[in-house]
Every structure is written in structure tokens, then in C-alpha cells.
Design a protein around this ligand. Structure first.
Ligand code: FES
Length: 171
């Protein structure tokens, strides 16, 4: 029986992604998005392997990861909460929502909770200007958020995380 190391497993799963999206330069972004979705960040090793499999220089992969704000080098939380800080949301009370998030989660913007569940970040306009304050939890948009609703949003995420953890335990 052959035992796979962690690196072997990463290489194998990245090879599967390359097979799915194709080994051309244009596959780079969808591959990186998939890695981000699965692992909540893109490690240095993963960048090297992707470059190797696509036959491009690792610097190109690094440049793409640095360019897009939704791709991360460092591990982030299972839920990334991005609060819009652009003018309309600012005028509609984004600071009160932001303070409530910091209080409830016990972290500041740019940080991740020690249990790895939540990351708080600022975002620029997400296109919901007349319905501010607006925020994103991963891909889901919340509008006209009040400080009181922050508790419900966090609670909702905790339930999803709990169910997810339970499912994983059962596997
Ligand atoms: S200003 Fe916040 S969504 Fe546009």
C-alpha cells in the first residue's frame, strides 16, 4: 500500500483541477478560484504546483493571486464577512454595523477569529448603494443591515458551520 503525503494529495487534487479546466493559461483563474473555495487560501506550494502543471512561471500565478482581492495567500475564515466602506454605505451607517461585528466576533477588521470561522474585511462598493449598509458573507449579499441584524447573521453562519462540522464528522 502506498501512503500519500500531504503534498502528494495536494498535487493530485490540483492535477484533477487542471484536467477539469484544461492546461492552458486561461484556466489559471478558475483553477485558483476553486482552490480558494476549497481551502480558503492558496498556499505557496499550491501556486508552485499550478505553475508547473500549466507550464508557466510561478511569478505569473503569484501575480494573479496578488491582483484579485478574493484570492488569498493566508488562510482565512470559513465565513469572510466583507463590509462595504464606500460613500453611500458610509452615509447609511456602515460604521455602526462594523463596530457591532467587531464586538460580536471579538476581532478587528483584517483579522480572523482564533477558531478559523470568521474573517472581517472591508470591501469597496458591491453595487447595492441604495440599500446600504451592505455586506457580503462569502458570496451572499445582505442589505440594509442594522447592528441588531448582525447577531442573526453571525448566528446563521454558526448554524451552517455546526451542520457542516457534523457532516464532516459523519464521513
Ligand atoms: S456604496 Fe456600498 S454598495 Fe455601493
Amino acid at each position: 500500500m502506498v501512503l500519500l503525503t500531504e503534498r502528494d494529495r495536494i498535487r493530485q487534487s490540483l492535477a484533477e483541477l487542471v484536467e477539469r479546466y484544461g492546461n492552458t493559461r486561461s484556466s489559471l483563474l478558475p483553477i485558483l478560484q476553486d482552490i480558494q473555495r476549497q481551502h480558503y487560501h492558496i498556499s505557496e506550494y499550491a501556486m508552485q504546483v499550478v505553475a508547473d502543471l500549466l507550464g508557466i512561471h510561478p511569478v505569473e500565478v503569484f501575480a494573479v493571486v496578488s491582483f484579485y482581492s478574493f484570492l488569498d495567500f493566508k488562510p482565512k475564515g470559513r465565513f469572510i464577512i466583507r463590509v462595504c466602506r464606500t460613500m453611500c454605505c458610509h452615509m447609511q451607517g456602515k460604521d455602526r454595523v462594523a463596530r457591532q461585528l467587531e464586538t460580536d466576533l471579538g476581532i478587528e477588521f483584517g483579522q480572523t477569529t482564533p477558531d478559523g470561522r470568521f474573517t472581517l474585511e472591508w470591501a469597496n462598493c458591491i453595487g447595492m448603494c441604495d440599500l446600504g449598509p451592505a455586506l457580503l458573507v462569502n458570496d451572499r449579499v445582505y442589505t440594509q443591515v442594522t447592528p441588531n441584524e448582525v447577531h442573526h447573521i453571525i448566528e446563521e453562519c454558526r448554524k451552517v458551520f455546526g451542520a457542516h462540522a457534523l457532516q464532516n464528522q459523519e464521513v
